[in-house]
Structure formats: C-alpha cells, structure tokens
Design a binder for this molecule. Structure first.
Ligand code: SF4
Length: 260
C-alpha cells in the first residue's frame, strides 16, 4: 500500500500539471524524487520493517514504472491533451446507501472527452505482476469500478452509457524473459464489461451485503452469519489476518443463501 500510495501521488501530480497547465510545466516536476520521498514517508508512518535491499528493490520498481508510464509517448497515447479535460484527481464523493451507511468513493482520475462529453473513470492499481484471466474475472475486483460508475452516474446525473471505466495496472515485475515471447511492459489496461446488466447485478449484491452486515444506524450486525469464502486456491486468504494468525482453517462454508 505504501508503494501504491507513492506511485499514485507521483502520477497524479504529473497528470494534473500536464492536463491542467502544460506538458512543459509537468516536465519540471521531479517525479522520481516525489515518489521516493512519498514512499519513505509512507513506510515510516506505517512503521514498516524492511531491509535496505527490500527498500531499494521497491524504489527501483517504482522508478521503472514511472519512467515508462510518464514517458512523453505513453502520456500522449493514454491522455492526449487535445482529447481529454481533467475533471478530478482523487475525486471523493459519498453516496448514501442505507440509513447511516454510505459508499465512500475516491476516484483516482476522472476525465471528460472534449468532443463527446463522455466521462472516463480510471483506477490505478499497482501490482507485483499483471492481472491474469482469473483476476480479470474476479467479481470483487471488478465490482469496485462498476459501483463507482453507478454512483457517479447517480451523483452527477449522467447516463450510464456516457461513463466508461478502466483499470490501469502498473506492474512491478516482468516475467522471466526466457519464458515469454512478447515484449513486456509495466502497463496493462483492462476495461471490465460495464453494461447496464452488470452494473445492476453489482449494485444489487452490494446493497444485499450492506443490508445483511450493517444496521441502518451503521453498526455491524454481530449476530449475522459470515461464511468463510477462501476462494479459488485460497486466493481471498492471501492478506487475511485470520489466516495468518491461524484463527481460520480456510475451509469454505455454505454461502448465505443456501444456508438460510
Ligand atoms: S483466512 Fe478465513 S476469514 Fe480470512 S479470507 Fe480466508 S476463509 Fe475468509
């Protein structure tokens, strides 16, 4: 997360200057210095233990990502100034869901196409490797942007068809070159299917989750049943504290519907 925060800050500073002022102004920013300072600040703030080798490895990965992503050719390709207006960076809005429970959304980049007026919402994700087919089908991962699309449409009164969403995945590592036969890049763009049906399904499931898990006052429903869902190859457990401290056996339980 510290790494992701630092990369986000650097990219957002560059794009803000690039799209709001000029390419020349953006190029004056010491992006690598900004990233390094932010990364140091974040790991210090979170009191993260690391070796100098680990710190250097992440720092070099960050430099490589930023050098490629903010290269003139790449910026012109993804964010041409004559095509896009920057609406917001880290745009925050709160959508009431159920009583005192709100959706608190922060959109990394919101742009508007000058010609059509269409909105483009970009979520920047840092990752060790790119997303594979399994990750691209991960309902929870994809749902975030579909929810943002629904929420933005409602908050700004813009039809769903005029809003487009995409993930830009910034990869720290390349695969072993001897096992690949294509040119590798730190950048992967993924546009999830975000048609009306997909969005209605996501909104329905999210509302169900909120109503099942929280009272209208915003308190956790401690008497509800929360089944274990380790996912394929226990993928959901990777960062879960209950798995790490052995408080959970990672064995799937019946989903809520079938146990009712
Ligand atoms: S460790 Fe247990 S609680 Fe945590 S994600 Fe896995 S199954 Fe769920």
């Amino acid at each position: 997360m510290s790494f992701g925060t630092a990369v986000h800050e650097a990219i957002q500073a560059y794009l803000s200057a690039y799209l709001n002022v000029s390419e020349e102004e953006a190029n004056k920013i010491d992006i690598i210095g900004m990233f390094t300072t932010a990364f140091k600040r974040e790991v210090t703030k979170k009191n993260i233990k690391y070796t100098p080798e680990e710190f250097n490895e992440f720092t070099e990965d960050g430099k490589a990502i930023l050098t490629e992503f903010l290269s003139p050719a790449n910026v012109k390709y993804h964010f041409p100034r004559d095509k896009w207006t920057l609406i917001g960076i880290e745009k925050k809005f709160i959508l009431p869901l159920n009583g005192n429970v709100n959706l608190d959304a922060r959109l990394d980049l919101v742009l508007q196409e000058k010609l059509s007026g269409d909105i483009r919402i970009v979520d920047l994700k840092t990752a060790t490797n790119g997303w594979n087919a399994y990750q691209k089908e991960d309902f929870t991962k994809i749902s975030q942007l579909l929810l943002y699309k629904a929420a933005y449409s409602k908050a700004e009164n813009i039809p769903l068809g005029k809003i487009h969403v995409e993930f830009i995945i910034l990869k720290r590592k390349f695969y072993d070159e001897s096992k690949t036969n294509y040119e590798q890049t730190h950048i992967q763009v993924f546009k999830p299917a975000a048609f009306q049906d997909n969005i209605l399904q996501v909104v329905k499931e999210f509302r169900h989750f909120v109503e099942y898990s929280f009272t209208a006052d915003g308190l956790h429903k401690s008497d509800a049943r929360y089944p274990k869902i380790p996912g394929k190859n226990q993928g959901n457990c990777r960062f879960c504290i209950y798995g790490k401290n052995r408080k959970c056996d990672k064995v799937a339980e019946p989903p809520i519907e079938s146990a009712a």
